[in-house]
Design a protein around this ligand. Structure first.
Ligand code: MG
Length: 272
């Protein structure tokens, strides 16, 4: 009935249609929702974990490896090369060098960062002046960096609780004080879920954060009240993805081994 070439064309058309159907079905299926124990549910990507804790897994973006500062710029409108001191595998806040921020913006993420405050700070320098810096998620939500080590249950070194090291500044003190002494390196591992806003700018999902300080959970999936504020109630203002920034509070705090993993939104939960 058909010639040979017409038969070939029909066969190709049928194959293309079938392939399209398969792709469409897969696309619909791959986004869920899923039944309990659904074997069609895609398995998560494979990531090679690090050999040593604190080191980046295979899918991390290295933000600072001890030398390369190309992921960073001065935290001011026009940006520019950072002026912090880079030596011996760390970067140190230099006098009047200003805060810094990542060139790339981030939303949901896992962030690892190590920090150090000096051991030889004058004991008369206290409270918020004692080696202050901060890690700002999305440039707005500060996890405080401060020398909050106390050898005498805060009689020797005290500030307001929601402003001490690993506190979510102005909102939540850490669950415990897990600080090491000045002169010793410390770490934060942070899990962050970004806030979401509707078209009118209203916050429809507040940010959430988990912080592990020196291996100790100090915030367990807490809901942030808004962007960090000083002596004011935190409020949300709408924003998109934004850089991570590190604060220059006028003290020579050091940072090293900074890496980040970008995280997707949590997938669907299962259905009947
Ligand atoms: Mg600070």
């Amino acid at each position: 009935m058909y010639g040979k070439s017409a038969t070939t064309k029909i066969t190709i058309c049928l194959l293309v249609a079938a392939l399209g159907l398969v792709i469409t079905c897969y696309a619909q299926k791959s986004s869920g929702p899923w039944k309990v124990h659904d074997r069609e549910r895609p398995c998560p990507p494979v990531v090679t974990p690090p050999q040593q804790f604190g080191q980046p897994p295979s899918d991390a973006i290295i933000l600072f490896d001890g030398k390369d500062t190309s992921q960073w710029e001065i935290d001011r409108q026009e940006g520019g090369d950072i002026k912090w001191k880079i030596e011996n595998g760390y970067m140190e806040i230099a006098k009047k060098a200003g805060g810094i921020r990542t060139k790339k913006s981030f939303g949901n993420c896992q962030l690892h960062i190590e920090w150090w405050v000096p051991a030889d700070v004058d004991p008369k320098v206290t409270d918020q002046s004692r080696s202050n810096s901060g890690v700002f998620l999305m440039g707005r939500y500060e996890i405080q960096v401060l020398d909050s080590y106390t050898a005498d249950n805060y009689k020797d070194n005290r500030t307001y609780a929601d402003g001490q090291a690993s506190g979510i500044y102005g909102q939540y003190p850490p669950l415990v004080n897990a600080c090491r002494k000045g002169g010793e390196w410390q770490s934060y591992d942070i899990g962050f879920l970004r806030p979401l806003f509707d078209d009118k700018g209203s916050c429809i999902r507040k940010a959430r954060v988990t912080v592990i300080h020196n291996g100790v959970v100090v915030h367990n999936n807490v809901e942030l009240q808004g962007a960090t504020a000083h002596k004011a109630i935190a409020k949300y203002s709408p924003h998109g993805e934004a850089p991570i920034s590190l604060q220059d509070h006028g003290n020579p705090v050091r940072f090293r081994n900074i890496w980040i993993r970008e995280l997707p939104e949590q997938p669907y939960s299962v259905t009947e």
